[in-house]
Design a protein around this ligand. Structure first.
Ligand SMILES: [Zn+2]
Length: 363
């Protein structure tokens, strides 16, 4: 048993830490439970900051992999419809998204995506587009890609750290600022491109309950940046995506993520990512719904390269505690469990933000 867990841990560290492969064995013709992997890209360029970039030839390798292995790229709206209705997905369904709307997406990705007949979503920042027209696609380019299969959606006006309150800012003032950031961006998008679905990607993937409540009130879905498939178990204002830029562009590890299923999480805490500065080693508690396909005996969690073995407090509820201090800034705990039926892994991620003494953290 010990040896078995150790071997499994190695596979999973590799999967979460990006260095090994897990071949897909699903038959594309079979349907599976409603869950879909969303890929998240930013720049498609070899000359932009590597952490948010994928080189054009590697991007092509991703699309070739999807094409050659019978993945079905579905639009974000189609995926939303299926999740809402609880309809099953074709095996190997995937959604492609880009944050920020960089011009290099227009020049280095749009033609290929059109040629491969793959729909995609681009989350844009109208204020930034105006301020830096050389970096971001303008409305004409967005309209052009919209006509060729893109959905243009909302990433806020300013790309600020929205959950950080300004000094002396009242809750009312903050809400008005959020209203401007989200709603006027949506108005600009709808005015220029026709009414678009109300999907909002949090800048830096950062959200808190107050912002989640506002988005829900205003009828938006909220998309985050920690990993895991989108499923009926997802929080509608914290939908997970798999980052596919920088170190996460590694195609070998992306394969596991593309084939992953949603761990049936019905409750977890803390579900609020922002910790106090002093909370260096948080404990995550997760409650699962019973699903006989999930090998809970082999469930493991990871924080970077740290393996966190679960303590089962009841049949379906476990806790894991971070051992090494969380760094200042954003981090996450990923939990995975193999499927009994296929080679896929069930996946769940919890996001954390640990601020410095002044309540700030790096981009
Ligand atoms: Zn962004």
């Amino acid at each position: 048993m010990k040896i078995k867990s150790l071997a499994l841990a190695t596979v999973l560290i590799s999967a979460c830490g990006d260095s090994a492969s897990q071949e897909a064995t699903n038959d594309a013709s079979e349907m599976h439970e409603p869950s879909v992997a969303i890929l998240q890209y930013h720049h498609v360029s070899a000359s932009t900051p590597s952490v948010t970039s994928i080189a054009p030839e590697q991007f092509k390798a991703h699309l070739d992999y999807l094409k050659d292995n019978d993945f079905r790229v579905v639009s974000i709206e189609k995926a939303h419809e299926r999740i809402e209705s609880g309809e099953s997905f074709p095996a190997k369904a995937v959604v492609i998204t880009f944050d920020d709307g960089y011009k290099n997406v227009y020049h280095n990705a749009a033609d290929l995506l059109e040629q491969y007949n793959m729909p995609y979503a681009v989350f844009v920042n109208p204020d930034l587009m105006e301020k830096s027209p050389s970096a971001y696609m303008g409305w004409q380019q967005l309209e052009d890609i919209q006509q060729r299969g893109a959905t243009i959606v909302n990433h806020g006006q300013t790309h600020d750290h929205l959950i950080r309150r300004h000094e002396q800012e009242t809750e009312q003032e903050w809400q008005e600022r959020m209203h401007y950031d989200v709603m006027s961006a949506q108005r600009a998008i709808d005015k220029n491109l026709g009414e678009q679905p109300k999907y909002f990607a949090y800048p830096y993937g950062e959200y808190d309950p107050a912002l989640q409540n506002l988005l829900a009130q205003w009828g938006f879905l909220g998309f985050a940046q920690h990993s895991g498939p989108w499923s009926p178990y997802s929080d509608k204002t914290a939908i997970t995506r798999f980052p596919a830029s920088g170190i996460y562009a590694n195609l070998e590890t992306l394969k596991t993520k593309l084939n992953s299923l949603a761990l049936p999480v019905v409750n977890y805490s803390p579900s609020v990512p922002l910790l106090a500065h002093s909370e260096k080693t948080p404990t995550l508690q997760v409650e699962l719904e019973y699903n006989e396909e999930v090998r809970t005996d082999a469930l493991q969690c990871f924080r970077g390269s740290e393996v966190l073995s679960p303590e089962w407090v009841s049949e379906q509820t476990f806790t894991v505690t971070v051992r090494n201090d969380l760094p200042i800034g954003r981090s996450r705990i990923n939990c995975t469990a193999p499927s009994k039926a296929t080679d896929s892994y069930y996946w769940f991620s919890a996001a954390f933000i640990r601020p410095d003494e002044n309540g700030s953290w790096p981009d």
